[in-house]
Design a protein around this ligand. Structure first.
Ligand code: PMV
Length: 325
């Protein structure tokens, strides 16, 4: 009986994924672009104990049951189907960042699980197929399989909806300073949120304009043009939150501290410091910085009211196997 262990990083989206055209297959309504966060990681090991009566899941030393176990079991069913094996699995997962940090951990979790579980079930998947598999657990997890700056191609169907790297981690030394303003788990998770996106009258316009933003973002990263990147990622984040805020029921992820931080970040940029904000489905503010600005930005954020602490990460590599023993 072998144990397979894998590591994956979370990622922060520059151009966001919000809304599925197929909820079960997690096929997105638009493509998205992200950067892996190298300082943050999830390590997951998978064993197939002989005659185990059910799947078993431990996250950060906490035995899981209910919804989180059911979600992992449903994901393992896909791996069982692909491999033709019926065995139940023991999954042990650990994050090196506090879950109370409010940083989405499902992307790293399902990327690491896709790699460790596929190996445990005897599958040797290509990077593309691993990304497709990770997508089934959490859409954004497909972007945590390849390295560095990644684009999730929305694709025509399950076969071609996957992420690929378009710039290596060392292409551009960007940093993410995550200003933690609230550590409580979000009230509406992203799976539920995606299902509400189409109820906003603004979603159609956001989706129709996505190819333009994707192109600007790709060009900005490839040319290491920070001003261009800042403009497009802030606009994209604002557009996603406009959709969230105008869906039925409305989703308001921003807190007063988030708004204060957004205006501080644009003011910093006007003063010549490379800093641009982006927010996922929560109130914490990700501030994208350059090698030259991240230390000053971190210090500035730490001094602002409502900020409990600031997590800092450079660009990260791909999901990788740690061992089989
Ligand atoms: O992968 P999910 O279902 O957790 O959705 C992620 C949604 C956002 O984080 C808000 C945007 C993104 O592209 O990561």
């Amino acid at each position: 009986m072998k144990t397979y262990s894998a590591l994956a990083h979370p990622n922060i989206a520059f151009i966001k994924y919000w809304g599925n055209r197929d909820q079960a297959l997690r096929l997105p309504v638009n493509g998205s672009i992200s950067m892996n966060l190298g300082a943050l990681e999830t390590r997951t090991s998978v064993t197939l104990p002989e005659s185990a009566p059910a799947d078993h899941l431990v996250i950060n030393d906490d035995e899981q049951s209910g919804a989180s176990l059911a979600r992992v079991s449903a994901f393992l069913d896909i791996v069982r189907q692909l491999s033709g094996q019926k065995a139940y699995a023991e999954v042990i997962s650990r994050n090196n960042f506090p879950s109370s940090a409010g940083v989405a951990s499902s992307a790293a979790a399902f990327a690491a699980l896709a790699l460790a579980a596929s190996r445990a079930f005897g599958l040797a998947l290509s990077e593309k197929d691993l990304s497709r598999l990770a997508r089934r657990g959490s859409g954004s997890a497909c972007r945590s399989i390849p390295a560095g700056f990644c684009e999730w191609l929305s694709g025509a169907g399950d076969e071609d909806s996957y992420a690929q790297s378009f710039a290596a981690p060392d292409h551009w030394e960007l940093w993410d300073c995550v200003a933690i303003v609230e550590a409580a788990p979000k009230s509406t998770g992203s799976t539920e949120g995606h299902a509400l996106a189409s109820t906003s009258p603004l979603q159609a316009a956001r989706v129709a304009d996505a190819p333009r933003r994707l192109q600007l973002c790709r060009e900005a990263v490839l040319a290491r043009d920070f001003e261009k990147l800042a403009d497009v990622i802030e606009q994209d984040s604002n557009m996603m939150h406009a959709v969230m805020q105008t869906s039925t029921p409305p989703l308001m992820y921003w807190s007063p501290a988030s708004l204060l931080l957004m205006s501080e970040v644009t003011a910093l940029r006007r003063r010549g410091l490379a800093a641009a904000y982006t927010l996922d489905a929560g109130p914490n503010v990700h501030v994208i910085c350059t090698a030259g600005s991240h230390e000053a930005v971190k210090r500035h954020l730490e001094g602002l009211p409502g900020v409990s602490w600031v997590l800092v990460s450079p660009v990260g590599g791909c999901a990788r196997l740690l061992g089989a023993n």
